[in-house]
Write a protein that binds this ligand. Structure first.
Ligand SMILES: [Fe+2]
Length: 177
């Protein structure tokens, strides 16, 4: 897919857990949305734990860790580890810069079940549907390139996206990013 946005906006969206319950309530965010409906006072906390290749993003609701693991892999890849019941199931999102205002979003599924190519369109369609829920938000984000962390009001759950903004500015800005 090609989105009309700078790649940093697409990337940070992929690293943001708090929006899932709201933007994806009709798809994969349904369980969290249900959880919030049952307990509107629930609180989410997020952490960014830097590792060799980027960082692991963890989220907890009312102290209970969310099962899905999210990794930022430097410089432009997100890996979502779902791994249900010992099977391997990963969704990778690669944010490929095309221009200042265009990014190719490549979504790749890695799985140890339903491996026949026959099933690829099924997973492709599900991924596209989820991405489509994000597109308008990402394309309308201002400023077009993620600003320095201190230039916007942020909430504690923004820690992972702020970590990405910091990494982007420290390690990539000034290169051909
Ligand atoms: Fe999203």
């Amino acid at each position: 897919m090609v989105w009309k946005a700078h790649w940093t906006r697409v990337m940070e969206n992929m690293l943001d857990s708090p929006h899932v319950a709201f933007v994806h309530s009709r798809t994969f965010g349904a369980p969290v949305a249900e959880l919030l409906k049952a307990n509107p006072g629930a609180r989410m906390e997020t952490r960014f734990e830097a590792h060799e290749h980027g960082g692991r993003i963890a989220a907890a609701i009312d102290g209970e860790e969310r099962p899905a693991a999210l990794d930022y892999r430097f410089p432009n890849l997100m890996e979502l580890t779902l791994d249900p019941k010992g099977r391997l199931f990963r969704i990778l999102a690669v944010c490929i810069p095309l221009s200042e205002r265009e990014t190719r979003l490549l979504l790749v599924t890695a799985r140890s079940f339903l491996r026949l190519r026959l099933f690829d369109p099924l997973f492709g369609r599900a991924n596209r549907r989820i991405a489509e829920e994000d597109r308008a938000i990402v394309e309308s984000s201002l400023p077009p390139i993620v600003p320095p962390p201190e230039e916007e009001k942020s909430l504690p759950t923004d820690a992972p996206t702020l970590a990405f903004r910091r990494i982007y500015r420290q390690r990539l800005l000034g290169s051909r990013g």
